[in-house]
Write a protein that binds this ligand. Structure first.
Ligand code: AMP
Length: 286
């Protein structure tokens, strides 16, 4: 595995791989890797000739400085994991390498950022879109792998690629979960033992919504109200949002007649967790 911290070296290394005609697979991450990231890397390894993983905690996508400062960083373990999974190139740029000057040209993700996390984290998805666009320019991948856990991010990247004609195939990878349903996340490391025990409440709420949709209920407001009741809210557990939106444009749905995304964010103490499920009502199934 070749570790690289300069974009120029990355381009040079990949120019050789590209010249050999192989397919380049890319997995962008913020590090603190877990089995969810590993799934993305393994999929890239299966499908591509050269696998590039990036580790970069992108300051532009953090709307809170405390969250940026507290974001877990585990470079040594990440390097070992990437190597064990057969990563060819590990790109770990410093902030000054990614942003030698403050970027003046920004990306507005429009209505795709109007709901769910986008409504609560101003500037977040603009920051995500910008860094992913820059990484795409640096890596020039044939395929790029993103987790369905971050469904709004995935929808935005799909649209970004379409809107800017980026010649990359975006691959969505199903969410990897703990046995009790909690979606794996770098932020799970911050949970105390007690918080960890309570954290699956979000997944339970999503499952309840999915069950109601499955049973033929179509009133999104009523479904959300019932699903929220699954979370015993108190000082430590607080639902930030639970919403039902259409899966492409991520706009709120009132009556469920086709496939939807049920997504939520839960504060567990000082840690914010997100999760989602895709559901298709019985009436819309083939
Ligand atoms: P992050 O390091 O949190 O920016 O995540 C990097 C990539 O890993 C993103 O595409 C995430 O959607 C994906 N990812 C994070 N957690 C999971 C998970 N539990 N299952 C599958 N993919 C995930």
């Amino acid at each position: 595995m070749t570790p690289v911290d300069r974009a120029a070296d990355l381009r040079q290394t990949l120019a050789r791989a590209r010249h050999d005609g192989g397919r380049i697979g890319f997995v962008p991450t913020m590090g603190a890797l877990h089995a969810g990231h590993a799934r993305l890397i393994a999929r890239a390894r299966d499908e591509c000739d050269t696998v590039v993983v990036s580790l970069f905690v992108n300051p532009l996508q953090f709307d809170r400085t405390d969250d940026l400062e507290r974001y877990p960083r585990t470079l040594e373990a990440d390097t070992a994991l990437c190597s064990s999974l057969g990563t060819d190139v590990l790109f770990v740029p410093a902030a000054g390498e990614m942003y030698p000057a403050e970027p003046l040209c920004r990306i507005d993700v429009g209505r795709l950022g109007a709901h769910l996390c986008g409504a609560r984290r101003p500037g977040h998805f603009g920051g995500v879109a910008l860094v992913v666009m820059k990484l795409f320019q640096m890596v020039g991948p044939d395929r790029a792998y993103f987790g369905e856990k971050d469904a709004q991010q995935l929808a935005i990247i799909r649209r970004l690629v379409r809107d800017f004609d980026v010649p990359v195939e975006v691959v969505g990878v199903p969410t990897v979960r703990e046995a009790d349903g909690l979606a794996l996340s770098s932020r799970n490391r911050r949970l105390s033992a007690d918080e960890r025990e309570r954290a699956p409440a979000l997944h339970r709420a999503l499952l309840e919504a999915a069950r109601l949709i499955d049973a033929g209920q179509t009133d999104a407001g009523a479904i959300v109200a019932e699903a929220r009741a699954e979370v015993p809210e108190d000082g430590d557990l607080r639902v930030e949002y639970l919403e039902i939106v259409d899966p492409d444009e991520l706009q709120p749905v009132q009556r469920i007649t086709g496939p939807v995304l049920v997504a939520g964010a839960l504060w567990v103490g000082h840690t914010r967790l997100i999760d989602n499920l895709s559901c298709t009502p019985p009436a819309a199934r083939p």
